[in-house]
Design a protein around this ligand. Structure first.
Ligand SMILES: Nc1ncnc2c1ncn2[C@@H]1O[C@H](COP(=O)(O)OP(=O)(O)OP(=O)(O)O)[C@@H](O)[C@H]1O
Length: 331
């Protein structure tokens, strides 16, 4: 395990600037989640740290060693990518054991067998150990790919949406398992996901990428409670933050063009009138879709709320965010 430092990393593919002067430190033992829409540069970041690609400029260090020009094998990183990378002619057992067979690691057969069965149990795939990789479902293949990374103790785990092809229950179980592995081993994770819950529950740090630039790096709470821009604020939170013209409500500071209201930043009971359009009972909370002066708003209310569509509720912003015309935070 080791700290990872990216310093002024730039990567181009032809005319595309995939990463633009990115600097970031993944502290020892951290779980860093990269967020951003398609094309933001998340996968490119992982590939550069892994050594599958080389940056055009900048430097990557793992544990204080400059690895920028080293091969993936020299870096001792474990990777899980979206597309499964299993050996099709091998069984699940052989696929899982393969990374441990390197003579450099000097594991004996009993140690390999123990490690393989531990990881297979954790990934709920033990009953398939003797199946050929080709005789697995997509979700099972993905679990074996994760397993092949987890049998090792690398300097860093690099994972690109590893849980996205799994069903909700398994995803929830594996979120907990991956967090446990990170907590127990101290090996840092660099992890890409589009899943808000994964980001909020697993990350110790979040890096927000926008067109190849790292626009904010901090704890999930910092990004949620103190976003630098509309873009960063919109990356975390379900329902999403509401962005409206600032002058719809009184009290906007000078320079503010937009007001940002997370659901809990909308106080109900006094203030301006808005109409309930739709009520969604989700069990632990109720979502309210409101129409406020021709703008749509989503907020949450009491789980047992008796509100119905057509009702009128009074709302007031409660400690909202303000942004300028470019989307940068002003207050
Ligand atoms: N091998 C490549 N050749 C050409 N362009 C590439 C290559 N890899 C990435 N790019 C481009 O670099 C930019 C960043 O891509 P990247 O895959 O890192 O984004 P991403 O944030 O991981 O997106 P996704 O969520 O779709 O995986 C995109 O514009 C992409 O088209």
């Amino acid at each position: 395990m080791a700290e990872i430092t990216l310093s002024n990393i730039t990567k181009r593919f032809g005319d595309t600037l995939a990463l633009d002067d990115v600097s970031m430190t993944v502290p020892n033992g951290a779980f860093v989640v990269l967020l951003g829409p398609t094309g933001a540069g998340k996968t490119t970041t992982l590939r550069l740290v892994s050594g599958l690609d080389q940056p055009d400029a900048g430097r990557i260090e793992i544990g204080g060693t400059d690895v920028t020009r080293m091969t993936p094998a020299q870096r001792n990183v474990a990777m899980v990518f979206q597309q499964y990378s299993l050996y099709p002619h091998m069984t699940v057992r052989e696929n899982l054991g393969f990374p441990l067979k390197s003579p450099l690691l000097r594991y004996d057969d009993a140690q390999i067998a123990r490690k393989v069965s531990e990881v297979a149990e954790m990934l709920q795939i033990a009953h398939k150990l003797d199946n050929k990789a080709t005789a697995l479902s997509g979700g099972e293949m993905q679990r074996v790919s994760i397993g092949r990374a987890l049998v090792r103790r690398p300097e860093v785990y690099l994972m690109d949406e590893p849980l996205s092809s799994l069903d909700a229950k398994l995803r929830a179980d594996l979120r907990v398992e991956l967090k446990n592995i990170q907590a127990q081993s101290g090996v840092p994770f660099l992890y890409v996901t589009h899943d808000q819950i994964e980001a909020m529950t697993m990350a110790s740090h979040v890096g927000v990428l926008d067109h190849g630039r790292l626009v904010q790096f901090g704890t999930p709470r910092e990004i949620y409670e103190d976003p630098v821009s509309v873009y960063a604020a919109s990356r975390l939170g379900l329902p999403r933050i509401n962005i409206l013209p600032a002058d719809l409500f009184a009290g906007a500071p000078t320079g503010a063009r937009y007001i940002g209201l997370r659901p809990e930043q909308i106080r109900q009971g006094d203030g301006a009138e808005s109409r309930v359009i739709r009520v969604e009972h989700l069990g632990d909370q109720t979502r309210l879709h409101l129409k406020f002066r021709n703008h749509d708003l989503i907020t949450v209310t009491d789980a047992h709320s008796g509100l119905r569509s057509g009702d009128i509720v009074q709302i007031t912003p409660d400690a909202p965010f303000y942004f300028d015309a470019s989307g940068a935070r002003v207050h």
